[in-house]
Ligand binder design. Structure first.
Ligand SMILES: NC(=O)c1ccc[n+]([C@@H]2O[C@H](COP(=O)([O-])OP(=O)(O)OC[C@H]3O[C@@H](n4cnc5c(N)ncnc54)[C@H](O)[C@@H]3O)[C@@H](O)[C@H]2O)c1
Length: 314
């Protein structure tokens, strides 16, 4: 399918992720049919979407006219056939459970053509298992966003047994609306980005539990050091630059041995130590100080928008 033909998307499931996706689609001029199980949830979703649109307005990402136009592109329904029958693309963000997604996929099969892509926002379910629930496995894939999808550009597309055409159509659709899709050719738990987060978080926790530094300081080590560069480039490129004229091979010849010593000493556990929650919560109390969670969330989103603007990603 030509991605230019994708003018209307169904957002199935209107919780945290579905509402954020819907806000994103409408600001890109794509109509969003938003479906969830009851009117009360849809009302809350509408409030959330309007909240996202207002914050984009406040931070200068959209203007008043775009806000009004975006609002007109929203349609809410509890009826799945109504939500999917006139769309060219489906972004499903229902509960992270196979049985719930199975029912949705079966319903969607009844009311859409096999050309309509079914993209699941799933953080960790297997694309190949979701594909088994459909009569048209070719069109089913995982398209995992990062929270909140109306701000963070990454979308991880897990192919499983989807057709190459579906994967390429989904990737070019996301690109056309300003997302950065990556294609995951082989299914692995946690896709790619969450595995990276897990690896870094495990080491952060381990450093704290071992008394190497405080929660606040380990967070500072990430965000005032490598994290600043990570917003611009990945570790491979960073170390390629670190090798100067000799690039990555120069870097490895100088530092491979040191990295190996560090790696040999680093955490390898895969069950969280018992007191992790308590120790992190107490460290975070110090890190947060007199701010509220809401203050920090607003601060994070406004700074994030500045970075995205600077990188022409919003
Ligand atoms: N929260 C995150 O940080 C995050 C990030 C990326 C991806 N995801 C993925 O997005 C999906 C949704 O996560 P969330 O955090 O938005 O969850 P959520 O609980 O906020 O929202 C899920 C929504 O699905 C609705 N729902 C349940 N059954 C339904 C049905 N039969 N038909 C229609 N709607 C139904 C619920 O009423 C709820 O509104 C999950 O697959 C999750 O793995 C979550």
């Amino acid at each position: 399918m030509n991605t230019a033909n994708i003018k209307r998307v169904a957002c199935i499931g209107a919780g945290t992720i579905g509402s954020s996706w819907a806000a994103y689609f409408v600001t890109k001029g794509i109509s969003a049919n938003i479906q969830d199980i009851n009117d009360e949830i849809l009302k809350k979703a509408e409030e959330q979407i309007m909240g996202h649109l207002r914050s984009l307005l406040v931070y200068g990402v959209i203007n008043e006219e775009q806000m009004q136009e975006s609002r007109k592109l929203l349609k809410f329904t509890t009826n799945i056939s109504e939500a999917v029958s006139d769309v060219e693309f489906i972004q499903e963000s229902v509960l992270e459970r196979y049985d719930v997604k199975e029912k949705i996929i079966e319903e969607v099969d009844k009311y859409t053509s096999d050309k309509v892509i079914y993209a699941s926002s799933s953080s960790g379910l297997l694309a190949t298992r979701l594909q088994q629930y459909s009569k048209y496995p070719d069109r089913v894939l995982v398209a995992h966003p990062f929270n909140p999808p109306h701000l963070i550009p990454l979308v991880e597309i897990v192919k499983g047994k989807a057709s190459e055409e579906s994967v390429q159509t989904a990737a070019s659709f996301y690109k056309s609306i300003g997302k950065i899709p990556i294609i995951i050719n082989k299914e692995v738990p946690g896709h790619v980005a969450n595995r990276l987060q897990a690896a870094i978080w495990r080491e952060c926790i381990d450093l704290v539990l071992n008394g190497v530094c405080s929660v606040k300081d380990v967070d500072s080590a990430v965000c005032y050091g490598p994290g600043l560069r990570w917003a611009l480039m990945g570790p491979n490129m960073i170390f390629h630059l670190g090798g100067g004229d000799k690039g990555i091979n120069g870097f490895l010849s100088q530092l491979q041995g040191s990295f190996e010593t560090w790696l040999a000493d680093m955490a390898t556990w895969d069950i969280f130590p018992d007191d992790t929650g308590e120790i992190l919560a107490s460290g975070l109390k110090e890190e947060i100080g007199t701010n509220t969670i809401n203050d920090i969330t607003k601060w994070r989103d406004s700074k994030l928008i500045n970075i995205l603007k600077d990188l022409n990603l919003i």
